[in-house]
Write a protein that binds this ligand. Structure first.
Ligand code: FE2
Ligand code: FE2
Length: 160
């Protein structure tokens, strides 16, 4: 599918909104889990998602428009109200939700990479940016999975 400029801008605005939502989400999670290592990781992830917000914004501006926030894009991904997720105190559930969101981001970055590749907008610059964001989301997902598995191992063990 060859992408036109409006379609590219609207997809980039979707990512812009998602990345902004993730900055807020990870910031709030870093506060909820401030007494454990996961809290530090969430804080670092919020910073990385902010870099994604910034690099996507710069791309949208290069295309001659301003980034536009399209509201809450997290609720449709996780099937629950984003506001409800923000205050969650159970790390197990938080990690599961984070994985869902990161995997949706990866799926959509991959799709956009494939669509942009053969379009007139498939500059090396844009391809590299999308690929690098994808890789960051992949690394985030893997850390969440590792942590989740650690929690599950503890949950299914017996303390004598
Ligand atoms: Fe991101
Ligand atoms: Fe991420």
């Amino acid at each position: 599918m060859a992408l036109n400029k409006d379609q590219l801008v609207s997809k980039l605005n979707w990512f812009y909104s998602l990345e902004l939502n993730q900055v807020d989400l990870y910031k709030s999670q870093s506060k909820s889990f401030s007494n454990e290592y996961a809290g530090l990781v969430f804080e670092k992830l919020a910073e990385i998602e902010q870099l994604h917000v910034d690099n996507i914004s710069a791309k949208i501006r290069e295309l001659g428009t301003s980034p536009t926030k399209i509201g809450d894009v997290i609720s449709p991904i996780v099937g629950s109200i984003a506001g409800k997720i923000i205050g969650m105190k159970d790390l197990h559930s938080v990690l599961k939700i984070n994985i869902m969101i990161e995997q949706k981001a990866m799926k959509d970055y991959k799709e956009l990479i494939n669509n942009v590749k053969n379009s007139q907008y498939g500059s090396n610059d844009l391809m590299k940016l999308l690929t690098q964001n994808f890789i960051d989301e992949n690394l985030h997902t893997e850390w969440f999975k590792t942590k989740l598995s650690e929690i599950q191992t503890l949950e299914f063990s017996i303390k004598p």
